[in-house]
Design a protein around this ligand. Sequence first.
Ligand SMILES: [Zn+2]
Length: 317
Amino acid sequence: MPVNRRQFLASSSLAAAASAIDLRALFAMAPQAAQAPPQTAFVAVRGSIGYFTGQGGTIGWHVDKKSVVVIDSQFPATAKICLDGINERSLSHPLDYLVNTHHHGDHTAGNVVFKPVAKKILAHVNVPKLQLEAAAAAAAARNAKPGAPPPPPPEQVVANTTYEKTWREDVGSEVMALKYYGPAHTSGDSVVTFEKANVVHMGDLVFNRRHPFIDRPGGASIANWIKALEATVADHRKDTIYIFGHANTPSQVTGAGADLLYQRDYLSALLDFVRGEMKAGKTRDVVGKITDPLKGFPDHGPLIERVLTAAYDELSA
Ligand SMILES: [Zn+2]
């Protein structure tokens, strides 16, 4: 049907009005757009195992017909997105286990979201205490700031099932094994192995191609972290796929034993470098301000105070 002039004018003014509304709507949405939900992704790895990235440490998952396990929980907002995706894949099967690889907030703050659907929350025996201590210290630090009223402390949901050295159990058609290799990134890091899929969640024992966080108040040890990485590689097969708590790029979230040994080499080089600077008589303050890349590890970018002072303190302890 041909469009007459009146209809054309009517429709074009409608279009103009509509686009004005669109523009106003767009402007109104701009502040929310700035707080848009974080980018999230579900990625299958092998067998029944996969990972989820959002905000904070990488979440691992195991979903088969009889069992669901989630490793780490990020923060509440992305934990909710993760749980919704897990429920789609599992037809809302409850979780046999939520595992916490260690106590840090970017791996445990989302526990509160998973708790109602998780039969057990599992972690190394040191984790609940470390988590409560860290939350109390963070609350005290906030209260120490003059002026602003302190925000309420976030609810801490801690593991209700713990182990000391090793733990192993069938989960549906998989076998899940946890092992504690001693103090490393914290003093409660678990390596979580899904034996049949031959996939391992490393928690924060690997910051793949990024400067790591070394939690000395949480009992970290760079020297033993190096040994833990070697022992983990020795305990697993050549074709094991590892999931890393943090990575420089999305394509580096998983890797091989060689990436664990690269992390080991970085930590060794960091200790060697700081030891050399200390021998040269440099103070903690001076060492902490060095920003040259660590020799042999240019992909990590300039050195940062956090890792330099952690190494300095460990070496002078
Ligand atoms: Zn961590």
